[in-house]
Design a protein around this ligand. Structure first.
Ligand SMILES: [Zn+2]
Length: 139
């Protein structure tokens, strides 16, 4: 009888231990998920041209013009042109002269919108092969 009581206690201890470990693991996962995704490490990577890329910290205020696959000083509406704006942790395609302006319609990339945008962390201008990627939440 006593032995059976011990077994039962053992089983109960195992269950409690398992529950504690499970709970701790869950707490870690929740913490990781809730960890703020914005921070100094956030940045946008702009890809264009023949494998070129430009990384801009998300908190810089910057306008980037890409014309015919190359960085340009300012927009003049010639060639295949995209104007990207970055400010306060957000990036968007301000202007483009691609046929349907899908990239402009894709709206704003930031730590929140990447959770629900159809293209996730990307703004894509397929005709001009210009891509903006949100690369936030990286240590
Ligand atoms: Zn476009």
């Amino acid at each position: 009888m006593e032995r059976q009581g011990d077994n039962r206690r053992n089983v109960r201890n195992w269950i409690l231990t398992g529950a504690a470990i499970g709970f701790a693991a869950l707490a870690v996962v929740v913490c990781l998920l809730l960890r703020p995704k914005t921070g100094a490490a956030d940045r946008f990577v702009i890809r264009y041209g023949d494998g070129e890329s430009l990384t801009v910290p998300a908190w810089e205020t910057r306008t980037i013009v890409i014309r015919d696959g190359k960085l340009a000083d300012e927009a003049n509406g010639e060639g295949a042109e995209n104007v990207i704006h970055i400010e306060n942790g957000e990036a968007w395609m301000e202007q483009a002269n691609c046929p349907h302006k899908e990239c402009v319609k894709q709206g704003v990339l930031n730590a929140e919108t990447v959770q629900s945008r159809p293209l996730g962390t990307w703004i894509v201008c397929a005709p001009h092969q210009v891509y903006i990627e949100y690369a936030g939440g990286v240590e």
